[in-house]
Design a protein around this ligand. Sequence first.
Ligand code: GLY
Length: 335
Amino acid sequence: MKRSDFLKVVTGVAAATAVVPSLANPFIKASSAKKTHEPLVPVSIATWRFGLQTTAEAMRILSNKGSALDATEAGVKICEADPNERSVGLGGRPDRDGHVTLDACCMDHLGNIGSVAGVEDVVHVSSLARAVMEKTPHVMLVGEGARQFAQEMGFPLQDLRVPASIAEWEKWKEKAEYSPVVNVENHDTIGQLSMDMAGQLAGMCTTSGMAFKMRGRIGDSPIIGAGLYVDGEVGAATATGHGEEVIRVVGSYRVVAEMEKGFSPQEACERAVRKIYDFFQRREAGIQDTQIGFIALNKRGEVGGYALRPGFQYAVARGEGEEPVLLDAPALLPT
Ligand code: GLY
């Protein structure tokens, strides 16, 4: 498909955002059921607008026959290093006591996993999670122990606060009220999934978590199965948004399990979001301040994305040397 035609299709998907889930996704081919020996097409997909940069970087590596894990790590690191991003890495919003604490995890096609949570002074917590996976007999390190491990592994330590994030925290302290605003306030974790030219899948998820959170609060992002899950024989999924709700339904694992049942990545994301909605209804809990988004990628290189409410975007780079495009995810609720 020519890029100009493709963009027309993408615009159509954006317009399709509605209560009724749209399955019109330009990356789902009608022939998706066929099992032929087609050449493997590299794919990288990431949450939110910053995914445009991170998937472009991943595709550069994938196009040079790099691994899905290396490509994904190189992608999310761009976001972690950006001092202007308030929800990931350097410049992330602090907790209510003024500490910036980061969470991240990674998983590869073989089921290798690594995770760090509540880490201070380390920008590239995605790489630290990978180091836990590759260099320790454990799968998760938290807080001071994770920071100590980073130091031992030669990660530079630095203050993660920047003047703008300190100013936001100072302003927040005037009222010290936690009042999330959907899509813009704080839930823009980066989750990224890639498939390399060998057909191997990998994913990473990295965040500074909920802005002005209680000290010690951990969301879904470093929890394997919640913020990220990869099954090398099936597909991969990652989440963004209100971490407590994603943990409640073991969200990313749920998406992959739905794909294993035979649902497309798009349908699988929709089913996970609906489950979150069901849990809200059962608990008769207020849903007005919550946003959740899932993205997914299956072994055939098909992708999907879905959110609880409109506003969630994700980037997709598909094919050697191809530029990424930004998609508006369809949503369960109208607003
Ligand atoms: N999804 C990120 C968090 O809730 O911490």
